[in-house]
Design a binder for this molecule. Sequence first.
Ligand code: SF4
Length: 235
Amino acid sequence: MVTYENWREISPSFSSENQSKGAHAVLEWAYRTYSADEIIYASSFGAEAVVLIDLIQEVKSDAQIVFLDTDLHFPETYKVIEQIEERYPALQIEKRKPRLTLEQQAAAHGTALWKRDPGLCCQIRKVEPLREALTPKNAWISGLRREQSPTRAGTNFLNRDDKFQNIKICPLIHWTWEDVWNHIRTRALPYNELHDQGYPSIGCFPCTQAVGTDGDSRAGRWAGSGKTECGLHTN
Ligand code: SF4
């Protein structure tokens, strides 16, 4: 098994020359390699996520999925989670909360921390909950695509994740935004309605803005702050 510790010794490669651009082969390898309790998909329930969930459930119908429930998501995000739960009832979807409620965070760090220190807010509400979820795992799955941003352009199918001391598996690295939407339409997948209202990437409502439909797929996140990632994918 590929683990964080033996990463350099065993590192399989996958062809991207097929219909799913390698995603099916990567997922089949992942769920063959890791037992159900050793691997988890950390899902945002955005456009890439519903595609990835659709691909995952074909390989592992009761796969474990974790959603980082910051208490600051749009109602439309919770709606698409419910739709996914109805469509794929065998999936094990956990909505993981931060240790601090919003009230406790405000008491400890002041109100609207996302305005003054979004890095700390993401650390409390996203990074630490994911760290707790990944601690007992050997591998996690992410929907990163290379074309999403310069910071994601170097992502591989398998990545040694120093931040969480884990293996990060990214089946969709070669998918384009058009590929994602073609799959959603072809499979008639439920998706977050905010995508139709100019939100290409959807996170917490205080840090997500509509940008129109022709912007890059990460536009609108932490607009004007210089921040581009929540900290889950940066070491
Ligand atoms: Fe806080 Fe914004 Fe990060 Fe959500 S995206 S955890 S509101 S800083």
